[in-house]
Ligand binder design. Structure first.
Ligand code: NI
Length: 301
C-alpha cells in the first residue's frame, strides 16, 4: 500500500466533494510514535496557559476557562512529525492532486480536550483569492477516534459553491450551530475516523465541529500543501517562503529514511518539482537552522 497513492476514483471523489477519507494510513510503530509525541505537546499546552504564540486557547463552554485548542508548527517540535511529512503514500497522493511543485505550508495540531472540546464554527480555511489552477488542501492525520461527539462535519461539494452561497450559509448557520444536534440538522456529513485514518480536505469545503463535553480526547494533525506556482502568483506568503519550505520537505524525507520507527523497506518518495522550482538542494549532512518559518514573517505587504 505504501508504494502507491490514492486511486483515480478517490481523486474524482475528492474533486467532486472536497474531502476524502483514507483509512489505516498510519500503522503500528509510526502511529504509536506520533501519538506519543503529540500527547507530550498536548499535556504541555493543557497543563497551564502557555505564554507562547504556538499554543492557542479557546473559552470552554462549561467552565469559561481557557482551554487548549491548537498547537502550531508541530514539525519543528517533534522528530516523529518530521518523518511523517515524508510519508510516501501521502506525498504521492499530494503530487497526484496538486502537481509536482507542491510545497508544505501549515503544520498544526487541532484538538478537543476531554470534558471541554472547543467549538470550531462553520468555515472555509481560506478564501478563493489564493486558489489558482490546483486545489489547496489539508491532509488531516487522526491520532484518536473521532465519533459524532468529537468529529468534524463537512458539507460535501461546498468547495464548488460561489462566494454568495458561502456567505449566505455562514450568515445563517455560523453563529446558530453550536451543539451536536445543530450540526446534525444541517445535513452535513460527519467525518467518522479511527486512529491512523487520514482525511484530505479542500480548504474551500465548509466544515466545523460543535463544542462537546464528552470524556474523549480527539487530536488531528493538519499538514497543508500548496502548489509553488500558485503560491508565487497569489500568495499569501512571499516567494522567498517557497524554497525554505522545499528544503524543510527534503530534510524531512531524510529524517524518514533514518527514523527507527519507520519500517525498513519502505520505498521513499522522491520530490521532483518541475522548473523553475527544481533548484533547491540539501547539502550532505546539512542541518536546518529551523523547521519553523512563521507565516506572519512571510505575509505579503
Ligand atoms: Ni478548518
Amino acid at each position: 500500500m505504501l508504494d502507491t497513492s490514492i486511486t483515480a476514483e478517490q481523486v474524482e471523489f475528492f474533486e467532486q466533494n472536497g474531502y476524502l477519507v483514507v483509512p489505516d494510513l498510519l500503522l503500528g510503530s509510526e502511529l504509536a510514535e506520533v501519538q506519543r509525541e503529540m500527547l507530550a505537546l498536548t499535556e504541555y499546552g493543557a497543563a497551564e496557559v502557555r505564554d507562547d504564540p504556538d499554543y492557542a486557547y479557546g473559552t470552554g463552554h462549561v467552565s469559561g476557562d481557557k482551554v487548549l485548542k491548537r498547537v502550531e508548527y508541530v514539525i519543528d517540535k517533534s522528530d516523529a512529525m518530521k518523518a511523517l511529512l515524508g510519508h510516501p503514500f501521502v506525498l504521492r497522493s499530494v503530487e497526484r492532486l496538486q502537481g509536482a511543485d507542491f510545497v508544505p505550508t501549515w503544520d498544526s495540531m487541532v484538538l478537543k480536550l476531554p470534558g471541554e472540546g472547543i467549538i470550531v464554527p462553520w468555515h472555509r480555511d481560506a478564501g478563493v483569492g489564493c486558489v489558482g489552477d490546483t486545489p489547496i488542501f489539508n491532509v488531516d492525520f487522526y491520532l484518536d477516534e473521532a465519533d459524532e461527539d468529537t468529529c468534524v462535519w463537512v458539507i460535501p461539494g461546498s468547495n464548488h459553491w460561489s462566494q454568495e452561497q458561502v456567505d449566505e450559509f455562514l450568515a445563517a448557520r455560523k453563529d446558530a450551530d453550536v451543539t451536536l444536534a445543530d450540526f446534525r440538522a444541517t445535513g452535513a456529513v460527519p467525518a467518522l475516523m479511527m486512529p491512523g485514518d487520514v482525511l484530505f480536505h479542500n480548504i474551500l469545503v465548509l466544515h466545523g465541529s460543535p463544542a462537546n463535553a464528552s470524556s474523549k480526547l480527539r487530536r488531528v494533525v493538519y499538514y497543508e500543501f500548496r502548489s509553488a506556482h500558485v503560491e508565487e502568483a497569489l500568495g499569501p506568503h512571499t516567494p522567498d517562503y517557497i524554497p525554505l519550505k522545499q528544503k524543510v520537505l527534503l530534510k524531512c524525507l531524510d529524517h524518514r529514511k533514518t527514523a527507527n520507527h519507520i519500517l525498513p523497506g519502505e520505498k521513499p518518495f522522491v520530490y521532483s518539482p518541475h522548473p523553475p522550482y527544481d533548484t533547491v538542494r540539501l547539502g550532505s549532512g546539512e542541518e536546518l537552522p529551523t523547521y519553523r518559518y512563521a507565516h506572519s514573517d512571510y505575509w505579503r505587504a
